[in-house]
Design a protein around this ligand. Sequence first.
Ligand code: NOJ
Length: 547
Amino acid sequence: MSDTSAPWWRSAVIYQVYIRSFADGNGDGVGDIAGIRSRLPYLKDLGVDAIWINPWYKSPMADHGYDVADFRDIDPLFGTLAEAEQLIEEAHRHGLRVIPDIVPNHTSDQHAWFRAAVAAGPGSPERERYVFRPGRGPGGAEPPNDWVSTFGGPAWTRLPDGEWYLHLFAPQQPDLNWQHPDVRAEFEDIIRFWFSRGVDGFRIDVAHGLAKHPELPDLPPRRNPDDGRPRRYVEHPHWDRDEVHDIYRAWRRVADEFPGDRTFVAEAWAETPERLAAYVRPDGLHTAFNFDFLMSSWDPKDLRAVIDNSLAMLGAVGAPATWVLSNHDVVRHVSRYGRRAARRWVANEPYRPEGPVDLDLGTRRARAAALLMLALPGGAYIYQGEELGLPQVEDLPEAVLQDPIWERSGHTDRGRDGCRVPIPWSGQEAPYGFSPDGATAAPWLPQPADWAGRSVAAQTGDGTSMLELYRAALRVRRAHPALGDSTLTWLDAPDGVLTFTREPGFACTVNLSPEPHPLPAHTSVLLSSGPVEHGLLAPDQAAWLTR
Ligand code: NOJ
């Protein structure tokens, strides 16, 4: 049974607002704070506990806000600091908590610190806040090491004065040097700045990237030299290094200075659940996204192993699990599950769509996955539009693609724009209520011509819609004492079926096999992802039961 006195974040359902694409209040084709404020009643009615808002800070938008030029101000594209304060206040009045993104691994190349570093030249103290080095080879013409940018190409860019600087992402996102005391002090101050304005926590971008090996050695081989098999990194020179936890211990102390259970969620890509659990020890961060769950294929063994390992490893440090199916960086799960290939998605490799997508299949599975996720112990994240069953938009014209991955990959990887298409709210044609009547610009990415039926208005009141399934599931989850934090117990089930109970008196069953199966013992069906006929759970269907 879940403990009602436990902090809210142990069982919260948090809705991810990708601000550019959520709701456009001023009609310029880009989502903004005014848009979010106007949609707070929708979020309250959906039944979520909090919102995570992707970066809203002043930014040249080379990576849509993940290149921050000023962490203490809002970008004019999104609004003003005063509006952000109003949003926090109004969200609280709606019973919703607010979690902005914080981006500590890098700044924008337009941040005052980086501009000063460029101007001050090699050897200057200003350069020590970032990672500047001379190059290798004749004339220093080669990068200082072989690190690669997550967006493609080398992780180093050379300035006209001959020095190179590190950027694990785009060249417009220089990495900070977290061994420098200024960097530590600055971020603790930024966090205090926003906590004092009432935010309830932060989502920490690239939480696993801040600590770099002091000697910046070349990457170890990805494959085992003896047998050529993929090799687990024992120690990586820039990902998930142990030193990173020291930074978060200090952040935890800052969060604890403020009343009201402030919280952190880490975007940490760790190789194993053990490594992930290290981020959420009692003196560290509170939660971390469970990307293993997101990357799992629609396969009962894979999913069950991920669930068991995650609960065991997180439980060992007393942390709750944080389940996630989609976000603004990955292919929407209706489209992932709509491909029969049961391949597990490998982190750091682009998702390559294999074969045609079957959206009906993907939607059935996504409905079942929603009931699975929301019945698991811990908290969960919902990425805007997943409650509408939006698929990945895979046919955006090349001319409109904006993700830096598209350019940096030499046009081999279309990047993440397909999961960032603006939300359809109402109406028969684009912008489907995303922008107000009389908007001066079209949405920043074109919406598909066939999205009218997927809008919030079209789905509202339709008991078969994805939106009403999410609303119903969140209603049950709020009311049922078994759901949220605590534990689960697996029941014996036919091959391909996952069934677990939660106390008191709740069961969730998911049929991942190709055959229908009788529902396990129950007294009533609370909710199901599709019609239950003759007491049978169809393939790719899930149900919540009272026992
Ligand atoms: C992870 C964010 O989720 C992603 O959108 C961004 O591009 C990188 N971090 C770099 O900040």
